[in-house]
Design a protein around this ligand. Structure first.
Ligand code: GRF
Length: 234
């Protein structure tokens, strides 16, 4: 199989970047990462790239007169390295038109909520504050909206009564590290197609088992009303 050439954009710690590196290392994804671009000179992602011998560039928006110019320069750097798929691994900016036009349906993002719910910053906090009983993460193609592009893969976790933003984020992050490499693998294998705005995966076998949260038939013994986090009665 052909090796897919990837470019990664990241602003921070880069745990998703690392999960992608690891999946390539083990041969799970037939790809190589040709370039890391970051908008943050202190991003830990830079060290991850160095360790792996991946070239990295720090590109600062303040050095550009407009967003369009910034992202067209990013597109140019990616193109120079023959990048075929752009992966946003915790890139904390809205991607400009010029990059999306250069890579239509070839820019992927991971979002820590089940889109279209809770787009934007702090998806996990939004979900926890709202009190949803099922939350999760989404890998999608990037369009010009805020987390609005076609959805490739999603994974769900229960929202627990005793969750905090941190505990929910931790549970979601574990799944992010699974589904982001998976989406890239599907792309690399040429399994992703489009039907209008809907992504279809060639060869996918779907599992119809539901996730119900809280689960049915849970133990509601005498006296268990007292258990669980502090709350107001009805
Ligand atoms: C992740 O939660 C991702 O969903 C969001 O930004 C965070 C990046 O984390 N887009 P990391 O840098 O990959 O560890």
């Amino acid at each position: 199989m052909k090796t897919l050439k990837i470019g990664v954009l990241a602003s921070g710690r880069g745990s998703n970047f690392q999960a992608i590196i690891d999946s390539i290392e083990t041969g799970y994804i037939p790809a190589r990462i040709n370039l890391l671009i970051t908008d943050n000179p202190n991003a830990f992602s830079i060290e991850r790239a160095e360790k792996q011998g991946i070239e990295s560039l720090v590109m600062l928006p303040k050095n550009y007169v407009s967003r369009d110019e910034y992202f067209s320069d990013i597109a140019a750097e990616l193109r120079k390295r023959d990048v075929e798929l752009v992966v946003l691994a915790g890139f904390m900016r809205i991607v400009g038109r010029t990059l999306i036009e250069a890579y239509p349906n070839r820019v992927m993002n991971i979002h820590p909520a089940l889109l279209p719910s809770f787009p934007g910053l702090h998806g996990q906090k939004q979900a926890n504050d709202y009190g949803v009983k099922i939350s999760g993460c989404t890998v999608h193609f990037v369009d010009e909206g805020m987390d609005t592009g076609p959805i490739i893969i999603q994974a769900a976790v229960p929202g627990r009564d005793d969750d905090t933003e941190e505990t929910l984020s931790e549970r979601i992050l574990k799944l992010e590290h699974k589904i982001f490499p998976e989406a890239i693998k599907l792309f690399a294998e040429g399994r992703i197609g489009m039907q209008g705005r809907k992504v279809v995966i060639r060869g996918a076998v779907f599992d119809d088992r539901p996730l119900i949260s809280p689960p049915l038939g849970r133990d509601l013994q005498e006296g268990s009303e007292e258990k669980g986090p502090a709350c107001d009665g009805l």
